[in-house]
Design a protein around this ligand. Structure first.
Ligand code: NDP
Ligand code: 8X3
Length: 250
């Protein structure tokens, strides 16, 4: 069955790979992000089964207007992939930049809930749909400097589970995909404000997850029979594990 998916943050990393994978599998994708040139390139690469939509998920008015503003034939969204998101900084909480904290909340939490609220009613009305959220292992396991980023992803996890509680009895599904260390995206370049050497050092000597691994997971959960809901998928590369408690001894 061919699906119509709306993928936020499709200009880079996971979002782009998810768009590429879903189109390759015969689905149609509304690809959203702020960088229009990247969306145009994706459209040139993938053809008419990809619809580029320039969208900042923190623009509440633009998000609220979405259902009515999509072109005819693209309004019945089967799958929303809430992927747009970012981490900013890794300084300890007392030194962290409050503006960066606000931006993470505005994008990872407020943007994600507004997108969901905009597209969910149509799914419920059609009794068919799937919200796939990009959480993170950072939403379950603490690490120094993870403060607000991890907090936003813990929100995404619990919001996903609570959405499911409201949707039980319908055929609208909810999945939280929670990756760990994943290379080949702009995630760390953004986190370290364009310091590419610092970003590259995060992955040095590792064999991290790839965007294609995440796309594979998304492609899997959205094509399962409608009676199967994968609630959470926690993924780490083989080279990663959760750490021990920190204990400061005298
Ligand atoms: P990238 O930085 O490569 O991609 C992030 C995407 O989000 C870009 O396409 C960017 O598009 C988009 N985006 C950011 N802010 C906004 C906004 N305000 N409005 C619309 N789009 C926005 O990162 P990843 O692909 O690695 O990350 C994707 C998601 O996966 C994020 O939610 C991240 O937290 C999560 N994640 C990442 C992991 C990793 O290790 N890479 C691990 C676990 C989770 P544009 O700038 O064009 O708007
Ligand atoms: C991204 C993974 O460990 O950098 O969510 O927080 S981590």
């Amino acid at each position: 069955m061919s699906l119509t998916a709306f993928v936020t943050g499709a200009t880079s990393g996971f979002g782009r790979a998810i768009a590429q994978r879903l189109v390759a599998d015969g689905h149609r994708v509304i690809a959203a992000g702020r960088r229009a040139d990247r969306l145009d390139a994706l459209r040139a690469e993938l053809g008419e089964r990809l619809l580029p939509v320039v969208l900042d998920v923190t623009d509440a008015d633009a998000v609220a207007a979405l259902p009515g503003s999509l072109p005819d034939g693209w309004r019945e969204v089967d799958v929303l992939v809430n992927n747009a998101g970012l981490a900013l900084g890794l300084d300890p909480a007392p030194k962290a930049d409050l503006a960066q904290w606000d931006r993470m909340v505005a994008t990872n939490v407020t943007g994600l809930i507004h997108m969901t609220r905009a597209l969910l009613p149509g799914m419920v009305e059609r009794d068919r749909g799937h919200i796939v959220n990009l959480g993170s292992v950072a939403g379950s396991y603490p690490y120094p400097g993870g403060h607000v980023y991890g907090g936003t992803k813990a929100f995404v996890k619990q919001f996903s589970l609570n959405l499911k509680a409201d949707l039980v009895g319908s055929f609208v599904r909810v999945t939280d995909v929670e990756p760990g260390l994943c290379g080949g995206t702009e995630f760390s370049n953004v986190r370290f404000s364009g310091d590419d050497d610092k970003a590259a050092a995060v992955y040095k000597g590792t064999e991290p997850l790839t965007s294609e691994d995440i796309a594979e997971t998304v492609a899997w959960v959205v094509t399962l029979p409608r009676h199967v809901n994968i609630n959470r998928v926690e993924m780490m590369p083989t080279c990663q594990a959760s750490g021990p408690f920190a204990i400061k001894r005298q």
